[in-house]
Design a protein around this ligand. Structure first.
Ligand code: GLU
Length: 413
């Protein structure tokens, strides 16, 4: 089953619980625009390589298309479509006036030099420039992309247009018009939601063991935030594999070790067990944070998960077929479209700051982010009680009922 079919299944399920208008469902079941581009790039050795890129604009009923750009060897149109639809849904869960889009390039960026990466990024901007803009479609970082790439993006777009249009992309560095708190926002938003959940079950961080899959934009930061809040981090992984250490890991040491030794698998010392990414998910813990890629928990391994709670910082890490098994086992999944919405929320703050030319302090950003995340959590948990459904269905219901209103306002149904 393709990733986009997973998304449609999720929409379908929530739609039937809430009784969503059939035509609204039909509108949300297809992206508004799918763009595929070829990107010729001069490599350092003088050769020319042609890459393939995508930008999908799923829906803009709530506002400009918004969503990251992923650089990964396994990117394809189906994946980008699914990710773009989740963006529409996610922005609506947190109630920000943005639609959903997503982009990607088929590339393993680790194989490119910095210069090649810059030329690839600039080629991508040139190719998708006709369909994006600060009020049309605003990309951002995602898997394997960062503020440096966003800075090149913003610079290239502004050059093409002949004026400063830095608002065309978010997740920029501070000097180039980025927002304070954006780097930590995905993880921070997830922690705010987790704290709200923790209150409902009187969870004590000091007695709570956490495993984190992924150590990038989201996973690396959530490790720091949770360790600071007193949680015990017992397992981590990255694309190379993972380590599990029942006595706990020192996150600060781990972070510098990962920089020095390239992967967390080379860290942690003799008391840690080396595990594969699949094995890591099945180790003993209380909270499992999924902060890597989609489709990590399936019908095959859902029954072996020991955690009581799953916090989804990645997009689509739990497959629909696994949800039923998790529900039966009483494992609570705090869904991606709520748990990781902090990233796009601070991206929205960045758009506001770019438009206004006034910049906020971190002390302004974080409470604003917290208010939005807590309000979304409250609405989702209220819907979960009202419709007697899990948090994923409740988050979809929260989102879809807002989108239904917006689509009606446009006179489409
Ligand atoms: N890539 C992030 C996500 O999946 C952030 C998107 C954005 O900031 O636009 O939510």
């Amino acid at each position: 089953m393709s990733l986009f079919e997973n998304t449609l299944k999720q929409i379908e399920k929530a739609a039937s619980i809430m009784g969503l208008d059939e035509n609204v469902k039909r509108i949300l079941s297809v992206p508004q625009r799918e763009v595929e581009v070829t990107l010729p790039v001069k490599m350092d050795d003088g050769s020319l390589k042609i890459f393939k890129g995508f930008r999908v604009q799923h829906n803009n009923a709530a506002g400009p298309y918004k969503g990251g750009i992923r650089y990964h060897q396994q990117v394809d149109m189906g994946e980008v479509k699914a990710l773009s639809a989740w963006m529409t849904i996610k922005c609506s869960v947190v109630g920000i006036p943005l639609g959903g889009g997503k982009g990607g390039i088929i590339v393993d960026p680790k194989q490119l030099s910095l210069g090649e990466l810059e030329r690839l990024t600039r080629a991508y901007v040139k190719a998708i420039e006709p369909v994006i803009g600060p009020e049309t479609d605003v990309p951002a970082p995602d898997v394997n992309t960062n503020s440096q790439i966003m800075d090149w993006f913003s610079d290239e777009y502004s050059k093409i247009k002949g004026k400063d249009l830095r608002g065309v992309v978010t997740g920029k560095s501070l000097g180039a018009g980025g927002s304070k708190g954006r780097n930590n926002a995905t993880a921070q938003g997830g922690v705010y939601v987790l704290e709200e959940y923790a209150k409902t079950v009187s969870l004590n961080p000091k007695e709570t063991k956490v495993i984190i899959q992924g150590f990038g934009n989201a996973g690396g930061v959530v490790a720091k935030l949770l360790a600071k809040a007193g949680y015990e981090i017992v397992g981590v992984s990255d694309s190379q594999g993972g380590i599990f250490c029942d006595q706990g890991l020192n996150v600060e040491e781990l972070t510098s070790c990962k920089i020095e030794k390239k992967s967390v698998v080379n860290c942690g010392g003799a008391q840690c067990k080396r595990v594969s990414n699949e094995e890591l998910l099945e180790q003993e813990c209380d909270i499992l944070v999924l902060a890597a890629l989609e489709n990590q928990v399936s019908a095959k391994n859902a029954g072996n998960i020991k955690a009581k709670v799953i916090l989804e910082l990645a997009n689509g890490p739990v497959m629909p077929e696994a949800d039923e098994i998790l529900d039966k086992k009483g494992i609570v999944a705090i869904p991606d479209i709520l748990a990781n919405a902090g990233g796009v929320t601070v991206s929205y703050f960045e758009m506001l700051q770019n438009a206004d030319g006034k910049y906020w302090s971190e002390e302004e950003v974080n409470p604003k982010l917290k208010d939005i995340m807590v309000a979304a959590w409250e609405e989702v948990s209220a819907n979960s009680k009202k419709y007697n459904c899990n948090l994923r269905d409740a988050a979809f219901i929260t989102s879809l009922s807002r989108l239904e209103k917006k689509i009606r306002e446009k006179g489409l149904v």
